[in-house]
Ligand binder design. Structure first.
Ligand code: GLU
Length: 461
């Protein structure tokens, strides 16, 4: 009996699927109750089935078992003294997930929701995101369950100093390079850098990225994640003959990613009518005033509700997840994980959304992604669409090594090309592996192959 080409493929696809299922079960067993980590792993593993079917040597080398187990996972005590003189304790984390293509690289998140599952999901995503940027950076992530909300400047500084006193033993410009994430911006990076410098007794600029411009920071780093997300979505739209110009956009969140996504979308001719914080959202039919937003969030560190005092035509609603009920052409979730569930996704689709660009990390649930893909909505997954931040972090490391800064225009131009390239690489991989137009599959495959090849080349380590 002759076996047709199709049957051969089918057999190996089934074998690949079995391998993926087996390793996924093992990951769940080894990391019980870590639902966010399981979610991130499942999304990537499922995308890789056609890769294993075509290139079984990745299975033979057990690459999945290796890549889903962090090289190192650190937790540590962070004691600090509050303004009342009371001793407080938080937990610090750093996952050094993968260093096959460069030093561990990824942000620090300070938020009460931070736990092992959140850090591992973020660290795991970071491996593939960083690979996609084309820059020599491995995957890492860290943070603490410390809540910066309502803390004084002195408390933030003392916390950062204590956090770094422990973390500094494990990082370095060629080892592991943290940066910001939720709750960690320029102020916190400054305090962390100062403490690292003091303990080390030397100015190692490349140990952290997102630094202030006066001491080794890169121009465009602040804008990079938000701008990059818009550049990526622009590429998706262009392929369908669409553009930001004249479109209605909603952007969730109002932190660094959101602010600069709003700014760039508006520069490209879009009207951004809504943004949010964890308490609620604002709707401004005239388009969000970016100067007011920046002042409220970056200078006054106030809540988004303050916006309506200055713009009385705008409306404040106190349920942030209802932002997805606003009709729009393009939605950019830039707040946090799992902010778009199946119901919100269906609402966006029913209201005629054409494109989604994920500025936050894993903002759509697996069910929400299914809704978007099954309705052929253009969908830019986080690890491709928000890779601009870490890409410019890698450019900051390069400038630190050269001891020579680039201009805003130079970095912005490099960022633009990196985002364009990520889109091209992802769309090409999607087509090559039988899922044309599916950027979730394409980004996961393209990110994976580079790291997997490096792992195999470097032996069983
Ligand atoms: N936290 C950002 C991210 O999720 C940036 C990380 C970095 O610049 O290292 O990619």
């Amino acid at each position: 009996m002759t076996i047709t080409q199709q049957e051969v493929q089918h057999v190996s696809l089934q074998k690949a699927q079995n391998y993926v299922n087996e390793v996924f079960e093992a990951v769940k067993k080894r990391n019980p109750n870590e639902k966010e980590f399981h979610q991130a792993v499942k999304e990537i593993f499922d995308s890789l089935v056609p890769v294993f079917a075509k290139h079984p040597h990745y299975m033979d080398n057990n690459v999945l078992e290796r890549i889903s187990e962090p090289e190192r996972f650190l937790t540590f005590r962070v004691p600090w003294v509050d303004d009342e003189g009371k001793v407080r304790v938080n937990r610090g984390f750093r996952v050094q997930f993968n260093s096959n293509i460069g030093p561990y690289k990824g942000g620090l998140r300070f938020h009460p929701s931070v736990n092992a599952s959140i850090i591992k999901f973020l660290g795991f995503e970071q491996i593939f995101k960083n690979s996609l940027t084309g820059q020599p950076i491995g995957g890492g992530k860290g943070g603490s369950d410390f809540d910066p909300k309502g803390k004084s400047d002195g408390e933030i500084m003392r916390f950062c100093q204590s956090f770094m006193t422990e973390l500094c033993k494990y990082i370095g410009p060629d080892i592991d390079v943290p940066a910001g994430d939720i709750g960690v911006g320029a102020r916190e990076i400054g305090y962390l850098f100062g403490q690292y410098k003091r303990i080390r007794g030397g100015f190692e600029a490349g140990v952290l990225t997102g630094k202030g411009l006066g001491y080794g920071g890169s121009l465009t780093r602040t804008e990079a994640t938000g701008y990059g997300t818009v550049y990526f979505v622009e590429e998706m739209l262009k392929d369908k003959g669409l553009s930001f110009n004249g479109s209605t956009v909603i952007v969730s969140g109002s932190g660094n990613v959101s602010i600069y996504a709003i700014e760039k979308a508006a520069q490209l001719g879009a009207k951004v009518v809504a943004c949010s914080d964890s308490d609620g959202y604002i709707y401004d039919a005239k388009g969000i005033n970016i100067d007011t937003l920046k002042r409220i969030k970056e200078v006054e560190r106030d809540r988004i509700q303050a916006y309506v005092k200055e713009h009385p035509d705008a409306i404040y609603h106190d349920n942030c997840s209802h932002i997805w009920s606003i009709p729009c052409d393009i939605a950019l979730p830039c707040a946090t994980q799992n902010e778009i569930d199946e119901k919100s996704a269906k609402m966006l689709v029913a209201n005629g959304v054409k494109a989604i660009g994920e500025g936050a990390n894993m903002p759509s649930t697996l069910e929400a992604i299914d809704v978007f893909l099954s309705h052929s909505i253009l969908f830019g997954p986080a690890k491709a669409a928000n890779a601009g931040g870490v890409a410019v972090s890698a450019l900051e490391m390069a400038q630190n090594s050269m001891r020579m800064p680039w201009s805003f225009e130079e970095v912005d131009e490099k960022l633009y090309h990196i985002m364009k390239n990520i889109y091209q690489t992802s769309i090409t991989a999607a087509k090559e592996y039988g899922h044309p137009g599916n950027l979730v599959v394409g980004a996961n495959i393209a990110g994976f192959i580079k790291v997997a090849d490096a792992m195999i080349a470097q032996g069983v380590i």
